[in-house]
Design a protein around this ligand. Sequence first.
Ligand code: ZN
Length: 242
Amino acid sequence: MPIRADALALERLLQLQSEDSSLDRSRRRLEQLPERARLEKLEHQLEELSSDADMAARNRDDVARIQDRLEGEISVLEQKLQREQQRMYSGQVSNPKELSNLQAEVEMLTRRRGGLEDELLETMVARDAAVSTLQSLSSERNELSSSVSELSSEVARLSGEIEADLSAHQQARDELKSRLSEELVALYEKIRSAKGGVGAAALERDTCQGCHTKLPAREVERLRAEGGLQRCDNCRRILVVP
Ligand SMILES: [Zn+2]
């Protein structure tokens, strides 16, 4: 049985098509928001930068621990050296062999202290470098982090706008759909899903707005004369003749 549709129903069907096209456009816009793609890129950069900064902080702590250990060792060595030097110069040790052992011990301790002091100097230089690396990474991270939160609010604002737009079109669509026959909507939706989102199109002058094909004058005449539910001969979409 052919589906019946009067001029009013066909006019509503065109409005339904217009709402559906708006919904499709808004959904695509929401999915392809360039700000969201940029945000994802920045978030990824922030993650990498944060992990670099964490590594730099661990490195600084390691170097600081080495410095503490060296300073501790030097201080212990220093005390020992002072004690041995005091003994050497106190005159209490008179045995020449014992004195020469003591002298050798003092020399050995002095050499070790020199070695540790060189090491400490290098460590202090390394610590300065580690601190400055951490500072520059941290400030870069803070900058990026504020860009991320700015962009993130922008994305939320834009998404909110599009979602409000979507819900308005959805409401209009539901309203129109409820005022059309189920058979007509089912046919329209079947064609729409097979034909890239367009199930119904208007005939403007002699051109189908679905496939943008000019129809022969005789065909246009026939369509106008018959009225009711018609399909475009070329694209098979529902053709609404004004
Ligand atoms: Zn067509």
